[in-house]
Design a protein around this ligand. Structure first.
Ligand code: NAD
Length: 717
């Protein structure tokens, strides 16, 4: 053995080829600080061994290296610039040492080689992957750029255009795609990886492959004629800005870095990369996006743990084949759990199946599925008008009309037709789970399973624990939601559960502004362009449906009369009473039509302005700060209340619920990250300024205390 540490081993193989193997003790190899130190020491041992003629890197795990250890980032990025610079210098010395070894080097890649893992393989002369490999630089998704030489080496290996596409999109690439652009030299079956890698190194030793010229190319300037280079960077900037937008600076920074470093030496190019890295690492966007990554891991970890307590779900049933029932059936079937879709009306079943077929056809057209797979998914959905086929289902999701009496009747009915240990859930958006549980003989087998519309797109499922729901029931529903490819978050029962409970105060803030004469389109513009929501509140209400919104608002008012009770008519009432239900009947705040190419179109409609003016008087202009404050303060305080009351278990889960369920702008990280970023004390001052607007603007005592102690919701790393 030439070198050994808890994460790396180096041994000498035939023909004096050294083999450096990453074998972390955990489930995956990561380039944390300890592993980087080990890699450095391992390379020193290799350099000092006069027998070694070539080096092969590989992994003993299912993945090569998944990347840097992101849990180290938030703390590290808070350090002084000088500390960050020296961390980058040290790390890059290791990769340079690898790149400069006086003999041919090769990476044998299996599974993920992402971020730092990808930068490791770029430092070797050759790269050979097996068919399981996924290679990429996802750093821009975290609001930063590669910092271990990725922006320097990748453009020199695969060309600037390809490299910019890889890095600005952050997507990982399949081995065939990586081979096509020259990121790797060969793809082989997993069982052939080691033999093929050794053969390639032997060919290099026998001078059949010119490893020196490859290395030289990687260290030379980018070979792009000047005019072409300018055009290519300018085009990339335009395209990337269009996709990433002004709130996400990292992808644009990548283009500047590659452009600036095009003619630089390795050392200079790395300096350019480091400067940009440190600047981005210090941004609130990076803190928010890294926070989301870590929260997502926490939520997934909880779901995985629940899986141990869960009952197996091999088959399911959904009651109601409407918008939601159809979506749930499609999602379950396409992720491999056969599902019975029961309704009382044949036309509803036809519509539900038709919707599923439409989604599948679109996938086939986009080349993401095949007609055979499409047929298999459709075969996994069994339409039914009676309960007979439901009897063997492990989980039942009730998704009939939002009416307590109908739901109670349907739940009592289905309990008679299913096995003793089947789990029963409801997709209600507003009705209390504890209330619905009363219609069941065995309420311990019941909980809420709240999907979001459209089901195939929205990643969140709220799993609502009723007072009698057993842990096994909740765990099984969490496991089923994960199996459906969704992110489940467990919440406790209350009106609106978590997501709708915090959404309606935001709508109330919006209605308050309209009552004071604000223009809904101006509000939408500020909330979309400036705050970053995918849709402003007026547009969102049109999409949800103003009838649905009107009904849910009444439920919330009844549940929280002191804060959400209404004193007079608001803008939602005005639209509802004028039967302007939103997109579903082509008119709400806006009017909807299709353009000449058949694309949906949204326009201003004088009628909705007339209706609002008749109720609230002349229009008045508001500053964007006031618009943001008056809509966001109620949502933020209600989110805090949900945490204080134990409706949601942690700030991390609340923030993920908001991002995944409502599209809360990811670059802001969620309500709690937003509060920590602006400072709880600053928020309290702001909210107090608007306290006269009513109960939704009153901060809680605990918030005030936290503000006084200069505290935060996330523990500082
Ligand atoms: N639409 C949304 O955005 C959304 C989002 C989350 C949750 N939800 C909830 O999902 C549920 C369904 O909503 P939807 O929008 O799909 O409604 P929908 O009106 O589109 O569909 C309801 C379906 O239930 C069927 N139905 C009625 N009585 C039935 C019975 N006894 N047995 C079987 N089927 C019966 C109807 O024929 C209809 O096809 C509601 O509780 C709603 O609050 C809706």
């Amino acid at each position: 053995m030439i070198y050994q540490s808890p994460t790396i081993e180096v041994e000498l193989l035939e023909d004096n080829i050294a083999h450096l193997c990453f074998k972390a003790q955990g489930s995956v190899n990561k380039l944390d600080r300890a592993t980087l130190d080990s890699l450095n020491a391992a390379l020193d041992s290799i350099k000092q061994d006069p027998n070694i003629k070539a080096l092969m890197l590989s992994s003993a795990k299912d993945a090569f290296i998944v990347g840097a250890d992101i849990t180290e980032f938030l703390g590290l990025f808070k350090e002084e610039d000088a500390v960050l610079h020296s961390w980058l210098e040290q790390a890059n010395d290791v990769f340079n040492k690898l790149e400069d070894l006086p003999f041919p080097t090769l990476s044998a890649i299996n599974g993920f080689a992402l971020g730092g893992g990808c930068e490791t393989i770029l430092a070797t002369d050759f790269r050979i992957a097996d068919t399981t490999a996924r290679i990429g630089l996802p750093e821009t998704k975290l609001g930063i750029i590669p910092g271990f030489g990725g922006t320097v080496r990748l453009p020199r290996v695969i060309g600037a255009d390809n490299a910019l596409e890889w890095i600005t999109s952050g997507k990982d690439q399949r081995p065939e795609a990586a081979l096509k652009v020259g990121a790797i030299d060969a793809v082989v079956a997993p069982e052939q990886l080691k033999a093929a890698a050794l053969k390639m190194l032997k060919d290099a030793l026998a001078e059949k492959l010119d490893w020196q010229s490859r290395r030289a190319k990687k260290q030379a300037s980018l070979t792009l004629p000047k005019l072409e280079a300018m055009m290519s960077f300018a085009t990339a900037k335009g395209m990337v800005f269009k996709i990433a937008g002004k709130h996400y600076p990292a992808p644009m920074a990548v283009i500047s870095v590659v452009e600036q470093a095009a003619q630089s030496s390795r050392a200079e190019a790395l300096q350019i990369e480091h400067q940009a890295f440190v600047k981005l690492a210090k941004t609130e966007v990076a803190q928010a996006l890294i926070g989301i990554f870590l929260n997502d891991q926490l939520v997934k970890g909880k779901a995985k743990k629940a899986g141990k307590l869960a009952k197996k779900v091999d088959s399911a049933a959904v009651l109601g084949a409407g918008i939601m029932g159809g979506g749930i059936a499609y999602q379950s079937a396409s992720k491999g759990t056969p599902i019975v879709m029961k309704d009382i009306a044949q036309p509803a079943l036809d519509l539900g199946l038709g919707e599923a077929a439409k989604l599948l056809t679109a996938q086939v057209k986009r080349g993401r599925s095949t007609p055979a797979k499409m047929a298999a998914v459709l075969n996994n959905i069994t339409p039914a008008l009676d309960y007979a086929p439901v009897k063997d289902a492990d989980v039942i999701v009730e998704a009939v009309v939002e009416h307590p009496k109908v739901k109670s009747m349907v739940l009592a009915e289905v309990e008679q037709h299913v096995s003793e240990d089947a789990i029963i859930t409801s997709n209600t958006s507003t009705i209390s789970i504890n209330l619905l549980a009363k219609s069941l003989k065995k309420p311990e087998r019941f909980c809420g399973m709240h999907f979001f519309n459209p089901v195939h797109k929205m990643p969140l499922v709220e799993v609502i624990r009723g007072e009698n729901s057993s842990e096994e029931t909740v765990a099984s529903v969490v496991a089923y939601a994960s199996k459906m490819g969704k992110t489940p978050i467990v919440v406790n029962d209350c009106p609106g559960f978590f997501v709708n409970r915090v959404l309606f105060p935001y709508f109330a803030g919006f209605s308050g502004l309209l009552a004071d004469g604000a223009d809904f389109a101006a509000i939408d513009k500020v909330m979309e362009k400036q705050f970053g929501w995918p849709m402003g509140p007026a547009y969102l209400l049109d999409v949800v449906g103003l009838d649905t919104g009107h009904h849910a608002q009444a439920v919330m008012a009844e549940g929280f009369p002191d804060r959400m009770g209404k004193s007079g008519k608001d803008a939602i009432d005005v639209m509802f009473e004028a039967e302007r239900f939103g997109q579903k009947n082509s008119k709400g705040f806006y009017q909807y039509s299709v353009d000449r190419r058949g694309k949906p179109k949204k326009d201003l409609d004088p009628t909705s302005y007339e209706l609002l003016q008749a109720e609230f008087g002349e229009q008045k202009a508001f500053e964007s700060d006031e618009i943001i404050a008056r809509t966001m303060i109620p949502m933020i305080i209600e989110t805090v209340r949900c945490l204080e009351e134990g409706i949601i278990a942690s700030p991390a889960e609340a923030d993920m619920g908001l991002v995944y369920g409502l599209g809360f702008p990811p670059f802001r990280g969620g309500v709690f990250r937003y509060l920590d970023t602006m400072g709880v004390a600053n928020f309290v001052v702001l909210a107090d300024k608007y306290a006269h607007l009513g109960g939704l603007y009153q901060v809680t005592d605990t918030m005030r205390e936290l503000a006084a102690n200069n505290g935060s919701y996330y523990q500082q790393a």
